[in-house]
Design a protein around this ligand. Sequence first.
Ligand code: FUB
Length: 464
Amino acid sequence: MSTPIPRRRRLAALALAFGFAAAALSPAAEPSPSPAQADNPIVQTIYTADPAPLVHNGRVYLYTGHDEDGSTWFTMKEWRVWSSDDMVNWTDHGSPLNIDTFAWARQDAWAGQAVERGGKFYWYVPVVNDATGRMAIGVAVADSPTGPFRDAIGHPLVENGEIDPTVFIDTDGQAYLYWGNPNLWYVKLNADMTSYSGGVNQIPLTTQGFGTRPGGTSRPTLYEEGPWVYKRNSLYYMVFAAQCCSEFIAYSTAPGPTGPWTYRGTVMPTQGSSFTNHPGVIDFKGSSYFFYHNGALPGGGGFTRSVAVERFAYNADGTIPLINMTSTGAPQVGTLNPFVRQEAETIAWANGVETERASEGGMNVGWIENGDWIKVKGAAFSTGARSFTARVASATSGGRIELRLDGPNGALVGTCTVPGTGGWQTWTSVSCAVSGASGTHDLYLKFTGGSGYLFNANWWQFTA
Ligand code: FUB
């Protein structure tokens, strides 16, 4: 059930951290800068970190950490999952994995990665082992990319006090798990993905392999943490967070999965207001994408980070070009179909709302106040929409959903009235007429009404 407390707490934390004037907390306040144009960072409802994208069945599943509001350390209790089939509208799948999933873990839901094998999804994560007080790598398993995930083995898969696992399955079927800070390690995973053979191997951190760190510190190479290993054509890539602090993203390549590695240079310079960064690289629908994190949301910084994405193209020789952080993000791949059920938590940009578990399954959008809105990018109305239906609930007296095109104050093509339903999870469907919506537009669901929380939204759909 939605309660008003978390959102108020979040706004207060944002205000404190960002030095906002009280007026900036008004319901109509919009994140800056230019939220209607921006698509980075990917998630606006919470702080996210340590992206790990996975392509499965025509969708990108994005696994992230969750920086708690107002954090002054890497205070992270759960991991989150998001998905998209167009790289701009992202569906919130909530948190199917948290510290409590591992009965032996104490804290620190830090940077991990998920992979699919044989119809199961394996998510490797670093956590503190309660018994030893050291960082260990756990493995969770699920039958779906969105979980629920359960502890696969009931104990750490491997433990040496180091963090940031990345998993890679080679074309010959051999899987590898790499991790480490300050060192770099790997094991060869068995086919069950939950055990390994051949012991724990250390990758030599040579300056030839991982570059030279300036300043003559105890760490001679640039390698810091957050490795991301993959193969393209016959070349193996290890992208990693380099130098500290602030980090930049660098990479090395090798002719095989265990090296020898050769340092290749910078992927993303030190940019943004987070002193850490974390890479995730995929190919999707014919393009290549680079995921990372920064501190771009209001209140953002080193412990309140946000995941973002850029599209890029490899150079002809296989090297990675320099990639800069942008607020524009990756272009949309295709369009969004407004004539099929769309989850309310499928969002290109959210202004003022949050999400939570819905009693009907999945997530819903909540904490909606007068003037809040959700942008859904590139909705293809084709020759026109006739009506709109939304699944809604309200413990108060409801409000209205204004359907606007191309901006929160853009052309109004319909208005649906939401009644009180007797509870925040007491769902009903409301419909209204639509006129003037044809072609492809960014759709804004703008929420209006009285004061306080108005209603929750679970899903919506237009009729043609
Ligand atoms: O998010 C916690 C830690 O910060 C990660 O494990 C590191 O990679 C750094 O991003």
